[in-house]
Design a protein around this ligand. Structure first.
Ligand SMILES: [Mg+2]
Length: 191
């Protein structure tokens, strides 16, 4: 809970920059699959940091959304080994196991403090040995993952049409939809 409140505090401080993200055609992306290998090359990005819930699969799922699998395979092929990371605030054993089996090149990061703290991103940058501007984070939460990315000085992709399975997890999907809408309006309406 502390990380969510800290996100709102940071959101207030960085509201102008966050508004730019919301209004940007480059930083505001419907889904993670809109990021392409050629775009990564053009923008000189050498390190990819991915959120899990909403971005690669619906909330609480252990495996990726089917259409994300070939996309991630393409990205893994393009990036050098050890430069694609999963940075989730919920790094479950099931997911860790899934990645070890399906994507052994992808590193699963467990950070001491959750996003919006930059701990996890700092670990990724150190392991990948890249400059902050050469890394990008894709996240569907403005005040946790996107905020962490901005604080760490890396590029951001704000995923605005996250994967959802409300029929399967009505309460958690409703809660996270509420959070996503609230944080967006919070940033937009702040003076
Ligand atoms: Mg998420």
């Amino acid at each position: 809970m502390k990380h969510i409140l800290y996100g709102f505090l940071l959101g207030f401080r960085h509201r102008k920059r966050l508004r730019e993200v919301i209004g940007s055609a480059v930083e505001n992306r419907s889904q993670v699959t809109t990021l392409t290998v050629s775009e990564m090359e053009e923008r000189d990005i050498h390190c990819l940091i991915l959120d899990f819930d909403g971005v690669l699969a619906a909330h609480g799922e252990g495996e990726l959304e089917p259409e994300v699998v070939p996309w991630l395979q393409g990205m893994v092929k393009r990036f050098q080994a050890g430069k694609v990371f999963i940075l989730s605030n919920k790094p479950s054993e099931e997911r860790k196991h899934y990645f070890a089996e399906a994507f052994p090149e992808v590193q699963f990061i467990k950070a001491p403090r959750k996003k919006p703290y930059t701990d996890g991103i700092d670990i990724c940058l150190a392991q990948a040995e890249v400059k902050p501007e050469q890394a990008i984070i894709a996240d569907d939460r403005l005040l946790t993952g996107v905020m962490a990315g901005l604080s760490a000085g890396i590029r951001v992709a704000y995923i605005t049409r996250p994967y959802r399975k409300p029929a399967k997890r009505l309460w958690s999907e409703t809660f996270f939809s509420f959070l996503r809408v609230t944080e967006k309006w919070y940033v937009r309406l702040l003076p």
